[in-house]
Design a binder for this molecule. Structure first.
Ligand SMILES: [Zn+2]
Length: 344
């Protein structure tokens, strides 16, 4: 079969790889219907040292179960399923606490002999705990939004939940990438009354307005902070959802947090230290967030997606085949694509 491998920064190749087979009785084989490229794939794409051997890549996919190991129950060949971006048994103590990203028997796609999602098929470890069955057919028009349950929608939701977003909350979302836009959607869904989206790509912030943003601030740095303060009577917002992961974004986040407010970050931090000092202490600002346990939220978010009440799949603005994946990475790195959907 064909699958995507990364050989180093800027070096993505689609190659023939061995067909996946069941290794463990807890495995399932899934034929991929849809996959996609994540903003976080751009970090290795930008900086991974070159290597002789490629590594499988991709952590968001949905597909059709083709075969299951002897210990997998509740799933059968033909089921359409979505996989969260971390696989997990969904039964250990961390999983029961809703922290499947810390599963004692789980791990990441594309690491330690586990397949990546950007290919024609995937061996899924801990399949019974990892996969969520979707009540749709292979040709459902909802597939893009259902695919977003793999990562970006639950990640935006995790950001909003950990920041305490609810009715009567004011919110600032930093970043107009797919996760930032999903954070807007999640904040709206949770009842936030004011949602200020900080982003400077108008096509994206227009989608953010459709998703529920009440205000858009295109300025960055001190100017951007001043704009948010102006929109909030000088106070900032209760919740700040930092969906970028770069130091200027987290600095802005603290500066626009209201006293007593919460900053949640779900952008994988590309800075070694959090700039949190006396000023944040004086104003009782809390920092929370982290890698999103997508698996914990899929069942909760799924009904709204199936009902069409939310359409997170609108973040996909480019659709490609598997052989075009290297171009898809370039397009996302160049910011000419917001998020790339792959039809293997
Ligand atoms: Zn677990």
């Amino acid at each position: 079969m064909r699958a995507t491998l990364i050989y180093g920064a800027g070096d993505i190749r689609v190659e023939d790889v061995p067909d996946p087979v069941l290794h463990e009785p807890t495995d399932a084989l899934v034929r991929v219907l849809r996959s996609c490229i994540c903003g976080s794939d751009l970090w290795p794409y930008g900086s991974r040292p070159a290597s002789e051997q490629g590594d499988r890549i991709g952590h968001e996919f949905l597909g059709v179960v083709e075969d299951t190991g002897a210990d997998v129950s509740g799933l059968k060949a033909g089921d359409v399923v979505v996989a969260p971006f971390v696989w997990a048994d969904n039964t250990c103590d961390f999983c029961r606490e809703g922290l499947q990203t810390s599963c004692r028997h789980g791990g990441f796609w594309g690491a330690n002999g586990v397949d990546g999602g950007q290919g024609e098929a995937v061996r899924v470890p801990q399949a019974q705990g990892t996969l969520v069955k979707l009540p749709v057919g292979e040709d459902s028009a909802l597939l893009p939004s259902l695919l977003s349950l793999s990562d970006v929608f639950p990640t935006g939701h995790h950001c909003a939940v950990t920041a305490g977003v609810g009715p009567r909350t004011t919110v600032t979302v930093i970043g107009d990438g797919a996760v930032g836009l999903c954070a807007v959607l999640a904040a709206k869904r949770l009842g936030a009354e004011q949602i200020i989206l900080m982003g400077r790509h108008q096509g994206r912030t227009d989608l953010g307005r459709d998703f529920g943003a009440t205000d858009v601030v295109a300025e960055r740095g001190e100017e951007g902070v001043a704009k948010v303060l102006e929109l909030t009577g000088g106070d900032g917002t209760h919740a700040v959802l930092e969906c970028v992961g770069l130091r200027p974004a987290i600095e802005t986040a603290f500066a626009v947090a209201r006293s007593g407010g919460t900053v949640s970050r779900v952008g994988a931090p590309q800075y070694p230290e959090v700039p949190m000092g006396f000023e944040e202490f004086r104003r009782n600002v809390t920092l929370t967030g982290g890698i999103a346990p997508a698996r914990a939220y899929i069942e909760e978010l799924l009904p709204d997606v199936l009902a069409g009440e939310v359409e997170p799949g609108r973040v996909f603005d480019t659709v490609i085949g598997l052989d075009e994946v290297p171009a898809g990475y370039r397009a996302m790195a160049d910011r000419t694509a917001l998020k790339v959907l792959i039809r293997p």
